[in-house]
Design a protein around this ligand. Structure first.
Ligand SMILES: [Zn+2]
Length: 247
């Protein structure tokens, strides 16, 4: 599903548009002249479809990237199978989530809590993805043709959470993962690495970015004036409150 000249939506589950497996987050494909990148991997069942999309967009000699927003299974559970299916795939995630994804640490990734809550079926297992490497705040992945992604460290929803800011000829977009959604909603869950002060600081930081599109990990997508959603979250924080939580 084409969203902008540089971005397609290629995966989306039950908390989205039902394009792929119900457990999947939104998975985005970004195209440049030198290669292509997936933003997030889904939970795993859709890896074959996503791999085909990435390989077709990158071309036979193009760079292939997988940029993970965080380690929760609906976003990162498909990383191991994508790394198996896509030769030369560069898999990246913010620390410390990179280490948890590399060894499939289900307690750190809150898979056990997700199962207890009925989000994931009891038989779900998070496959370890040893190929993952850390991505630092400010690091740029240049896909060519004026299409580049910059990592923005945004802890709070989960440790290592990272948003990606896209600069492209068609405009600027923020891939916001589970940090912020349309309407300025957030996702503050009862998990070991949900951290309110860090979350608030991340939201204030994002509100300082000038973006056209807001492309979150679930729910609605905003293709224009996306910054108003970031401002809405900041405005609630400025009153000493927390934005409404979802997902
Ligand atoms: Zn999450």
């Amino acid at each position: 599903m084409r969203l902008t000249p540089a971005v397609d939506l290629v995966g989306s589950g039950a908390a989205g548009f039902d394009l792929t497996d119900p457990l999947d987050c939104h998975v985005y494909l970004v195209r440049g002249t030198r290669g292509a990148a997936l933003i997030d991997a889904g939970a795993g069942a859709s890896a074959g479809t996503l791999a085909r999309e990435l390989l077709a967009a990158a071309g036979p000699d193009g760079e292939r990237h997988l940029l993970l927003t965080h380690g929760h299974a609906d976003h990162a559970g498909g990383a191991a199978e994508l790394a198996r299916l896509v030769p030369g795939l560069a898999v990246r995630a913010g620390s410390p989530a990179d280490r948890w994804i590399a060894c499939g640490a289900e307690d750190k990734l809150s898979v056990d809590r997700g199962k207890a809550a009925g989000v994931y079926p009891p038989e779900y297992a998070f496959p370890a993805c040893p190929a993952v490497r850390p991505i630092a705040d400010g690091e740029v992945v240049d896909l060519g043709g004026g299409v580049a992604l910059r990592a923005v460290a945004t802890p709070g929803h989960a440790d290592g959470h990272t948003c990606y800011l896209l600069d492209a000829p068609g405009g600027r977009a923020l891939f916001s993962g589970d940090c912020v959604f349309t309407g300025g909603r957030i996702s503050l869950q009862n998990l070991h690495d949900a951290r309110v002060p860090e979350y608030a600081a991340s939201l204030v930081r994002l509100a300082g970015l000038d973006v056209d599109a807001l492309l979150p990990g679930h729910h609605e997508i905003s293709l224009a004036r996306g910054g108003r959603h970031l401002a809405a979250a900041r405005d609630v924080l400025s009153r000493g409150l927390l934005p409404e939580s979802t997902t």
